[in-house]
Design a protein around this ligand. Structure first.
Ligand code: AMZ
Length: 294
């Protein structure tokens, strides 16, 4: 299970909002690059960044802070907020962002998602942010008529690397992840689903590791990791699978949980992996202690 620490950028600073409201921002660090370095030093494998001003403006606003983060760390970064056209997608992927997150564009311009997936296999994620079961867009200021499952279904065969599902009604208020809704979404789609919104403590990590929740590929931690409710070392220790898989490699077949399996012919960003088969070889077997061949 991959645990993503979040850097939400507002006016160049690392903040946490409550329920997505810009007027309820707590500043946790005014140096995003230093924050990213600290997360890397703590052992996180991936970083999640949201350009909050960008999500409201419909175009990148905190680009300079993102550049500073990219220069400061070597771990992969996923970035969302204001990425609404192909030029912006290409720009960030060329600059070293590993995966871009499309939220509003996934609702308004699904062909952009499909075209981007063809051009950048494994590097396009869809952000599905739901309030009261309906997908919200434009910095969560507007609601669509779409349910999360309906939106994910539109991209079933598009090659989307991950869906990041946020329960807006829990975001930033430490209410605990909405695992029932996240699991329902994950069961409805073949795209790996990452849980976001409300992660409060190690209890959420433990819950994610329960067999019924192992279909959930990862989780994003915001406020809890900043205010110390979630101890990074303890959380990473619990989240780690036995052994490790090179996240950059390609696989023919990834078995997530017996007896289900999925083809994941792009970057691995899944958790709870049982087995990975590559070029006809078994390269990872969790039951037998991790990597068996490379
Ligand atoms: O907190 C908010 N109000 C907010 C937020 N965190 N609004 C949007 N976002 C995030 C989404 C997604 O990662 O969770 O911004 C991204 C979507 O941006 P866009 O511009 O593609 O809709």
């Amino acid at each position: 299970m991959i645990l993503y620490p979040a850097i939400d950028l507002k006016d160049g600073q690392c903040v946490r909002l409550k329920l997505g409201r810009m007027d309820e921002a707590t500043v946790f660090n005014d140096d995003p690059a230093a924050q990213a370095r600290a997360f890397e030093a703590q052992g996180f494998e991936w970083l999640h960044i949201v350009d909050l001003n960008g999500a409201f403006a419909g175009e990148p606003v905190n680009g300079a802070a993102v550049d500073a983060v990219l220069a400061a760390i070597s771990m992969p970064v996923q970035l969302g907020g204001g990425i609404r056209d192909r030029a912006t997608i290409d720009h960030w992927l060329e600059k070293g962002i590993s995966r871009v997150i499309l939220g509003t564009a996934a609702v308004r311009d699904p062909d952009l998602v499909r075209d981007a997936c063809r051009a950048h296999p494994g590097r396009i994620a869809v952000g599905i942010d739901a309030r009261g079961g309906k997908v919200a867009v434009e910095g969560w200021a507007e609601e669509s008529e779409l349910a999360a499952e309906e939106l994910a279904a539109r991209f079933e065969d598009a090659g989307v690397a991950a869906v990041i599902y946020t329960d807006i009604d829990r975001d930033g208020i430490l209410k605990g992840l909405n695992l029932d809704a996240t699991r329902a979404l994950a069961e409805s789609t073949s795209i790996p689903v990452i849980a976001s919104g409300g992660l409060a403590s190690i209890a959420d990590i433990e819950a994610l590791l329960r067999p019924e929740n192992r279909i959930i590929a990862g989780a994003i931690s915001g406020r809890a990791i900043y205010d110390g409710r979630l101890d990074a070392a303890a959380a990473l220790d619990r989240a780690a699978v036995t052994g490790s898989i090179d996240q950059g490699k390609q696989a023919d077949l990834v078995i997530l949980e017996f007896p289900s399996y999925r083809f994941i012919p792009y970057h691995l960003a899944v958790s709870s992996v049982e087995m990975v088969i590559k070029s006809g070889n078994l390269v990872f077997d969790r039951q037998n202690g991790g990597i068996v061949y490379c």
